[in-house]
Design a protein around this ligand. Structure first.
Ligand SMILES: Nc1nc2c(ncn2[C@@H]2O[C@H](COP(=O)(O)OP(=O)(O)O)[C@@H](O)[C@H]2O)c(=O)[nH]1
Ligand SMILES: [Mg+2]
Length: 248
C-alpha cells in the first residue's frame, strides 16, 4: 500500500539556536501507514538557521529573500505541503517551545476523520514559564475568537496545529504579520471541524520572542476585522453538489 504523507512544517526566523533540536525531536516513524517529511520556511533569516536545519535533517527548505512575516511564512508552509503531496500538515514553531513528541496526538483527530483542523492546546495541557502579560494577552485574543465564532476555544494562539489536506487547500491567511486568529476564523467559518488536544509547553530558553505588543495589536486587530467582514463559502455547500442534487 502507498503510504500517506505527513509534512511537518516550521516557520523560522533566526532560530539557529533552537531549530536543530526541534527537527531531531520530530518522530519520523510514528505510524506504519505514514511517512514523515520536514519543511522549513526560512523567513529571511540572517543567522545560519538554514545550514543548521539542513544539517539536522530537514527534507525541504523554502527561503524568502527578505523577512516577510509569520503570516506569509505559514501561508507558504501550507502551500508547500500541498505542492509536496501531504495528506496531513502539521505546523510547529521552530523555537523549541512546543513538543514534537506530541505531533501524533495533535494529528490523531485528523487521522480518525473527527477533525480537519487541530491545535496543540497549551491551556488544556501544561505550561511552564509563560509570563503573566502573555497569559492575559492569550486569554483576550482567545476570548475575542470565541465571541466571533460563538464556540469554546482554549488556545487561540497556539504555535502547533494540524491540518487535513482539504483544510490546507482552502485556508486563507489575510495578512503577512501573523496567522493565529485569522486562520481559525477563516477555517471554522468555512465549516472545517476544529479540535484541541492537550500538550505541554515550555517557554523558550534561547533566542527572543518576536512579539511586540504595539505591532501585534495594531496588525492583528484590523486583520481580524477584515477577515470577519469577508464572506466565506461554507464547506458543506462547496463540497457536496452531488448531495445537493440528490436532495432535489
Ligand atoms: N516567518 C516568520 N517567522 C517568525 C518571525 N519571527 C518569529 N518567527 C517564528 O515564529 C515562531 C514563533 O515565534 P515567537 O517569536 O517564538 O513567538 P511567540 O512564541 O508567540 O513568542 C518561531 O518559530 C519563530 O522562528 C518572522 O518575522 N517571520
Ligand atoms: Mg515561541
Amino acid at each position: 500500500m502507498n503510504k500517506q504523507k505527513l509534512i511537518v512544517f516550521m516557520p523560522a526566523h533566526n532560530e539557529a539556536e533552537n531549530i536543530a533540536e526541534v527537527i531531531a525531536r520530530v518522530p519520523r516513524n510514528f505510524h506504519p501507514d505514514y511517512s514523515v517529511e520536514i519543511v522549513i520556511i526560512d523567513d529571511g533569516s540572517t543567522d545560519n538557521t538554514v545550514a543548521v536545519a539542513r544539517a539536522a535533517g530537514a527534507d525541504h527548505i523554502v527561503s524568502f529573500a527578505e523577512n516577510r512575516g509569520l503570516g506569509a511564512a505559514v501561508r507558504e508552509g501550507l502551500a508547500a505541503c500541498c505542492r509536496l503531496g501531504a495528506d496531513i500538515g502539521l505546523m510547529i514553531d521552530a523555537d523549541n517551545e512546543y513538543p514534537p513528541e506530541q505531533i501524533p496526538d495533535v494529528i490523531a483527530p485528523i487521522i480518525a476523520n473527527q477533525a480537519d483542523y487541530t491545535f496543540g492546546s497549551r491551556f488544556k495541557g501544561q505550561i511552564q514559564g509563560m509570563k503573566l502579560h502573555r497569559r492575559l494577552g492569550n486569554y483576550c485574543f482567545t476570548l475575542l475568537q470565541m465571541l466571533l465564532l460563538r464556540r469554546w476555544i482554549y488556545d487561540g494562539q497556539s504555535g502547533m496545529r494540524g491540518f487535513s489536506r482539504e483544510a490546507m487547500e482552502h485556508a486563507e491567511i489575510n495578512h503577512d504579520y501573523n496567522y493565529a486568529q485569522v486562520l481559525t476564523l477563516n477555517l471554522v467559518r468555512q465549516g472545517f471541524r476544529l479540535q484541541e488536544v492537550a500538550i505541554s509547553y515550555q517557554v523558550r530558553t534561547k533566542g527572543q520572542s518576536f512579539i511586540k505588543f504595539h505591532a501585534y495589536v495594531t496588525s492583528v486587530l484590523p486583520a481580524i476585522y477584515k477577515e470577519m467582514r469577508r464572506p466565506v463559502r461554507r464547506k458543506a455547500k462547496r463540497l457536496s453538489p452531488a448531495f445537493l442534487r440528490r436532495g432535489k
